[in-house]
Design a protein around this ligand. Structure first.
Ligand code: MSP
Length: 640
């Protein structure tokens, strides 16, 4: 029996809406979980939200809500996002869940009884943004390195966790446990923290200052420090201390976090576990940061990337593929829509998509759409090592996926796609089809190609589950079956000869780099150079699109966004629309202009702004030209 697999993401703060960074970590966890499903393992995948603390109280106040209503609202945004991104988490924990709170109290009491928590007066520099005290050494020019603000001096009596007692033990544990923190650079970073004497951790906040937290079981005048509360979600969700799930999954737990929270996970957490007598987690997998045009993603810079907007434009599987393929796990990666478009066009549309449609078209052209019968006599001479290539791709892939080198695992799959394309070129099925003596080798070649595609569809399953299922369907297999099981992938000659295959499809339409509209480029080009006319629709389908006359009331540039403008338009009601027209129109020439707006388009967040509608424009090589009217009309007038 394969070992069970348990993976966690950080539980995300509810003081901000989910963005690309959260989506990345959670999709990585999903990919890892699906990979372990390929091995036939029993899997558990936990994500959730971190809901206590100062930050939340302040964010709720800003929105004029109680903390309770506020956390319910934002937590739901995270919970709802995951299915939209094909994230198949087993559980969603909230630190406000009563069961979690009971576990936190239990562990605090246990550590307190063991003598590792003491009470003392402390004066220190406290950053409200980070919700923690800073030592002078940690400050940069006297300021918090994250918030760039001067911490306030606070003196208060608090409870402290004796972390210092465990410093030598932790150094030894990190050094002697292979891959405890990986990749290696973060293990070294954690050991570098531990070169300095470890200070005891202040784990309480007086209720006079903060009420929104879990009360200390041994002193009702205090609540628990958020990190002490949050980290315990990883065991509370499993029903620690007695739950069946805890017994099954805790011994194999793997955490995934980004480098920002290496310290709490690499230092505080193992020490908390040790002090509480809980076995130490097995691996901490640390990834880098997505950077936008050289800066961190942040609300104030207005460069927060919204995952759903990207999914809606480029398709979910392409988006997931890009995230996993483009970031070397452990290193920072720079995000841009241009690199996303490039990846889609080269890796998905060209390499994989073309191979798939080329092979299926040949099966339709030369074998009447049926999986060909293979004759043993010619089998060997036409194999040319393809089966061996497939086998070694699977072995290499398995090892890379297992060790969190997802981008390299995808490279291995694409290396095999390269072997497949070469196999087509070398065997030249179109030449074999020309002669009678070529019929038998042709059958073997096409059969082998179908088998190769079956293996590719299995290997891409963790990253692109919908595409994998779609490919299976077109290979005449049942997508409801666990086709991705590694055991099945390793068995060559699984597709049944004689099976009738559906017509080929375009798996990934090319995206035209500047228009960024995947749907337009789905169609083959006509002689004009523009996409062919799209398939017919009915008048009812057309009238589902609500087009309205609108007057531009205000227009402004968005800092750091060269191509888009923020517009306020009047279409009987005022709306904010973010439009990609900045290279062709200045804000001044737009104000007062009447334009045509798609009024019932689902809102999308672009450059950190929620855009409520879309302007209609014709787009050619010179960029967008807005559709206008030949006489002024009342704002809100519908178009038919
Ligand atoms: N609540 C704590 C975690 C407690 S876990 C016991 C927290 N929350 S957070 O909302 O700030 O999430 C931080 C995590 O979000 C990062 O560790 C990473 O997983 C993800 N990311 C946030 N921004 C990111 C990028 N720009 N790039 C990649 N991932 C990032 O910290």
């Amino acid at each position: 029996m394969p070992r069970p697999f348990y993976v966690t993401t950080p539980i995300y703060y509810v003081n901000a809406r989910p963005h690309l960074g959260h989506a990345y970590t959670t999709i990585v966890a999903d990919v890892a979980t699906r990979f372990h499903t390929m091995r036939g393992s029993d899997v558990y995948f936990l994500t959730g939200t971190d809901e206590h603390g100062d930050k939340v109280v302040r964010a709720a106040k800003k929105e004029n809500m109680t903390p309770r209503v506020y956390v319910d609202t934002i937590s739901q945004l995270f919970r709802d996002l995951w299915p939209e991104l094909s994230v198949n988490n087993s559980d969603f924990i909230r630190t406000t869940d009563p069961l979690h709170m009971t576990v936190v109290e239990h562990v605090l009491q246990k550590i307190y009884d063991a003598g590792d928590i003491y009470f003392a007066e402390y004066e220190g520099r406290y950053c409200f943004g980070c919700e923690r005290f800073y030592t002078d050494r940690e400050l940069v020019d006297g300021k918090c390195p994250d918030h760039e603000t001067e911490p306030e001096i606070i003196r208060e009596s608090n409870y402290f966790f004796k972390m210092s007692r465990y410093q030598d033990w932790l150094i030894d544990h990190i050094q002697s446990t292979p891959d405890f923190i990986r990749p290696e650079r973060y293990k070294n970073e954690a050991l570098a923290f531990l070169k300095e004497p470890l200070e005891d951790l202040c784990i309480s906040r007086p209720k006079t200052r903060l009420k929104w937290g879990i009360t200390l079981p041994f002193d009702k005048k205090y609540v628990t420090y958020v990190w002490f509360d949050a980290l315990l979600n990883y065991v509370s969700a499993l029903g620690y201390p007695d739950g069946e799930r805890y017994r099954t999954f805790w011994p194999v737990v793997q955490h995934i976090v980004a480098k920002d929270i290496l310290k709490p996970h690499g230092i505080y957490w193992p020490i908390m576990l040790k002090a509480a007598g809980i076995p130490i987690y097995r691996h901490l997998n640390v990834h880098g940061y997505w950077i936008i045009e050289q800066s961190k993603m942040s609300k104030s810079l207005g460069n927060v990337v919204e995952p759903l907007a990207l999914k809606n434009i480029y398709g979910l599987d392409a988006f997931r593929f890009f995230l996993i393929r483009d970031m070397a796990f452990g290193l920072d990666s720079s995000f841009s829509e241009d690199s996303l478009v490039q990846r889609i066009n080269s890796d998905l549309a060209n390499d994989l998509g073309n191979l798939f449609s080329r092979v299926l078209s040949m099966v339709h052209k030369y074998c009447e759409g049926m999986v060909p019968e293979v004759e043993a006599a010619v089998e060997q001479e036409c194999e040319l090592g393809l089966e061996t290539d497939a086998r070694s791709a699977i072995v290499e892939y398995e090892d890379l996926m297992d060790t969190f080198q997802f981008h390299n695992a995808l490279r291995t799959v694409w290396k095999f796609i390269g072997c497949m394309n070469k196999y087509v070129d070398v065997t030249a099925p179109w030449e074999l089809a020309k002669t009678k003596s070529g019929r038998k080798p042709l059958a073997v070649v096409l059969y082998n190609l179908l088998e190769g595609l079956r293996i590719i569809s299995g290997l891409i399953y963790p990253v692109m589950p919908d595409t994998a299922a779609n490919m299976q369907k077109h290979l005449g297999l049942d997508p409801q079956e666990p086709f991705y099981l590694l055991e099945r992938l390793k068995t060559w000659k699984t597709i049944k000869p004689g099976t009738r295959l559906p017509k080929s499809i375009v798996l990934f339409p090319r995206v035209e780099p500047d228009t960024h509209k995947a749907d337009q480029s789905a169609e083959p080009e006509q002689s004009t150079g523009y996409p062919a006319i799209k398939p017919e629709i009915t008048i009812e389908q057309f009238s589902a699109v609500d087009l309205r006359v609108a007057t531009v009331v205000q227009a402004e540039m968005i800092p750091r966004a060269k191509k888009v403008l923020k517009l306020e338009v009047d279409l009987g009601q005022k709306r904010i629309i973010v439009a990609g027209i900045a290279e062709n129109y200045t804000p001044e020439e737009l104000v007062g202009k009447q334009v045509i707006v798609v009024a019932n388009l689902k809102p999308a967040k672009l450059m950190g702004i929620v855009s409520n509608g879309m302007l209609v424009a014709a787009v050619d090589d010179s960029g967008p030209t807005l559709a206008t009217l030949d006489k002024p009309l009342e704002p809100g007038t519908p178009l038919r």
